[in-house]
Write a protein that binds this ligand. Structure first.
Ligand code: PLP
Length: 381
């Protein structure tokens, strides 16, 4: 099978990730931070080492500023619901995933004012529009780093300059970019950075987290046992315990740590160049083909390796079905949990067929997919 649905979750996972999960369950399966015995301490060390690796990766300084969540969606809910109060104004874009759009919809009903800035048909957001949209009560700007529909990279650094100058909280959804693009919370002035562990960080599903800049006041989403200050009914103020109630996903976090070590040992630049080459080859091939419409920039210089297309007038799900059943190629059709992005690029009615690459894909995968598409187009009426 050729797996080209890596924007949903990377597959296969590195052997290192699988081994680390197995080793954690077999040999370090105690509850971290909940006991003083040897195995609990060793499980705690695994969690800490992954936190430390993430802090280094994002230039976040103190590892305690990284809190683990089950995925990017939970991290974004924590960021948005923890920061925004009735009467606040928040600025976002028309390319966002439902992980942002749906919590904002709920907050809107509770009295938060939301401005959704329109992006171009290729998914670009003009940072000047962000500047113009700022009001007296603007509390936060929230955008994704790269689109999961068109791959378009957003001007995060420029927006970070604007929010810093104006004293506004900057929240970034790095679900598609953590482990792939450079992410430096200092240089980019990011206050809250949501990431997922199971995509370009090559960890397992059920992992993710949020970087929380010191000084940002955030309400926890849940309260409960943290293994610390148990004598008090008050949720601890200490980081990261304040935002990590309940037993963590230690095996998953062990796998995430191994995933991060994997990308660092392979070289993040090398991984990026490999995927960049595959994307360029795929785009070149697609551009030669008639009856294929490519969405987004169609330019590897300004996008991540996520490419959405449609074939003739066909519904995207029919094309993905043929690719899967006839050619054993896994890709994704439909709206990719981002209806606003599809509205922006004009595909809300039929969605798009999305292809996304990982370090484990090859040029042969690209050529076989192009060939399958060519044959599919030839068979259509
Ligand atoms: C841009 C973007 N944001 C958020 C998410 C949500 O990530 P998760 O499913 O890990 O919560 C995704 C997942 O596809 C995404 O692509």
């Amino acid at each position: 099978m050729i797996y080209l649905d890596n924007a949903a979750t990377t597959w296969p996972k590195p052997e290192e990730t699988i081994k680390a999960i197995e080793d954690c369950i077999r040999n370090n399966g105690a509850n971290p931070g909940r006991g003083g015995h040897t195995m609990s301490l060793s499980a705690g060390r695994i969690v800490f080492e992954t936190r430390e690796a993430l802090a280094r990766l994002f230039n976040a300084g103190d590892p305690a500023r990284i809190v683990f969540t089950g995925n990017a969606t939970e991290a974004l809910n924590l960021a948005l619901k923890g920061v925004l109060k009735p009467g606040d104004h928040v600025i976002t874009s028309s390319m966002e995933h439902n992980a942002i759009a749906r919590p904002l919809h709920v907050l809107k009903k509770k009295g938060v004012d939301v401005t959704e800035l329109p992006c171009s048909s290729q998914g670009f957001l003009d940072p000047g529009d962000v500047s113009k949209a700022v009001r007296r009560n603007t509390r936060a700007v929230v955008v994704l780093h790269a689109s999961n529909v068109t791959g378009t990279i957003m001007p995060v650094k420029e927006i970070g300059q604007i929010t810093r100058e104006k004293g506004i909280i900057f929240i970034v959804d790095a679900a598609q970019t953590a482990g792939l693009l450079d992410l430096d919370v200092e240089k980019m002035n990011i206050d809250l950075l949501a990431f997922t562990g199971h995509k370009s960080l090559y960890g397992p599903q059920g992992t993710g987290g949020l970087f929380i800049r010191e000084g940002i006041e955030l309400e926890p989403l849940i309260e409960g046992g943290t293994g610390s200050r148990s004598e008090s009914l008050e949720q601890p103020e200490d980081m990261p315990d304040r935002f990590e109630s309940g037993t963590p996903n230690t095996p998953g976090i062990a796998g995430l740590g191994a995933g991060i070590r994997f990308i660092i040992s392979r070289g993040i630049d090398q991984i990026r160049s490999h995927k960049h080459r595959l994307m360029a080859r795929f785009l070149d091939g697609l551009k030669q083909m008639k009856k294929i419409e490519i969405y987004g920039p169609g330019d590897p210089a300004v996008q991540v390796p996520v490419i959405s297309i449609n074939v003739k007038e066909q519904d995207s799900s029919e094309i993905a079905f043929i690719l899967d059943k006839v050619f054993h190629i896994a890709c994704r059709s439909g709206l990719h949990c981002a209806p606003m992005a599809h509205k922006t690029i004009g595909t809300l009615d039929r969605g798009a067929v999305r292809f996304s690459f990982s370090i484990f894909n090859t040029e042969e995968d690209v050529d076989r997919t192009l060939d399958a598409l060519e044959r599919t187009v030839a068979e259509l009426p």
